[in-house]
Design a protein around this ligand. Structure first.
Ligand SMILES: NC(=O)c1ccc[n+]([C@@H]2O[C@H](COP(=O)([O-])OP(=O)(O)OC[C@H]3O[C@@H](n4cnc5c(N)ncnc54)[C@H](OP(=O)(O)O)[C@@H]3O)[C@@H](O)[C@H]2O)c1
Length: 322
């Protein structure tokens, strides 16, 4: 049974820690500890995990103390992106597998100069690879592709010439891209393999009649160059503060829309002609990660490095045109 520690097990803004903890439990793992910033909030996270999901664990405010006192196999990093780098480094030094919320990390200098970024991410990934530890990101949208093929079986096996996705971040400006682009990049990697982004452009989107979104809304277009050629990509970012937040994507012009029913958070994917009930993709992603450890999959350095380089390029382009 894998033993999991969750860094950031409360939802303060958009954090996913409580659901990731529950998903690891459902995957047959043992959540042994949580890390928070203050004794009160860390204990609050621990109590909430117990009350909502029946998880019994210890609460910490020091990662080094957590690692020293608990036997842990996996660190699930669900803290804000600006802290991921230090948590990744601590996990590497402690020989832990890591399930890291997207993006791998973010800090504002990435938007100005990412020349050292590629080498830094490569060194980190190779560290995990050398120690036979798995490092993966939590980007759950590729887990929805099965529903896309169920609704459009005729498209399976046909090369993806275009991918368009609409997401509804709560953030604005370049951070909106840092929050959202990892999802479309992960879909591109799943559909087309590792690639690079080119010809990035960004346009403001008009506020619609339904007064959806705001003046910061953007359409981000780029070309994804991969082993099979080039594909056209568009990421539509319309800010939305209320749950359930609209999301959809289309492959080669055929679209599926996510429909979430609250409060149960049941999910369906809907096309022009049909609908399918879906498992929570976050749960599927955690199951996939646990299976990957069990089957001794290794860290895919190329995928993680190209993902971060592409993300920095997209965020920088948005910053430059802001
Ligand atoms: N995959 C997805 O669809 C998805 C969706 C939303 C967010 N995310 C990702 O989830 C991550 C967190 O989101 P967020 O920034 O909105 O989180 P958040 O809700 O602001 O914070 C989550 C938790 O992180 C803890 N935390 C903050 N700083 C910490 C530190 N230095 N060490 C340990 N714990 C710390 C906080 O603990 P305390 O409560 O103890 O202060 C808090 O409970 C981001 O990487 C974001 O991109 C992913």
């Amino acid at each position: 049974m894998l033993r999991i520690a969750i860094v950031g097990a409360r939802q303060k803004r958009q954090g996913t820690g409580p659901w990731i903890a529950n998903a690891f439990k459902k995957a047959g793992c043992h959540v042994v500890a949580v890390l928070g910033t203050q004794p009160e909030t860390a204990n609050q996270a621990k109590d909430e995990l117990h009350r909502r999901f029946g998880i019994d664990c210890e609460a910490y405010v020091s990662l080094s103390q957590l690692i020293a006192e608990q036997e842990v196999d996996v660190l699930a990093i669900c803290s804000p992106a600006r802290f991921h780098r230090e948590h990744l480094q601590a996990a590497l030094e402690a020989n832990l597998h890591v399930f890291c919320e997207k993006p791998l990390w973010y800090d504002p200098p990435m938007l100005k100069d990412s020349s050292g970024l590629e080498a830094e991410v490569k060194t980190l990934c190779e560290g995990f690879l050398e120690r036979n530890r798995l490092l993966e990101l939590n980007t759950q949208w590729p887990c929805t592709l099965g529903y896309f093929w169920a609704l459009y079986p005729e498209l399976k096996g046909i090369p993806t010439q275009s991918l368009k996705m609409r997401l509804s971040p709560v953030s604005q400006g370049p951070i909106m891209v840092v929050d959202s682009a990892p999802h479309i990049l992960s879909l591109l990697q799943a559909l087309l393999g590792v690639g690079t982004v080119h010809a990035v452009s960004m346009e403001p989107l008009p506020v619609t009649e339904k007064s959806e979104g705001d003046a910061e809304d953007r359409s981000l277009k780029f070309i994804y160059r991969h082993g099979g050629g080039e594909s056209d990509v568009e990421l539509i970012l319309r800010r939305c503060l209320e749950q359930p937040r609209p999301a959809w994507y289309s492959i080669n012009g055929r679209k599926i829309r996510r429909e979430v029913t609250l409060p149960a958070y049941t999910i369906e994917f809907v096309s022009e002609t049909g609908r399918v009930k879906a498992e929570d993709p976050l749960l599927l992603r955690v199951f996939e990660f646990v299976q990957a450890i069990q089957s001794q999959q290794v860290t895919n350095c190329d995928a993680i490095v190209s993902d971060m380089v592409a993300l920095a390029k997209l965020a920088r382009a948005v910053q430059d045109t802001a």
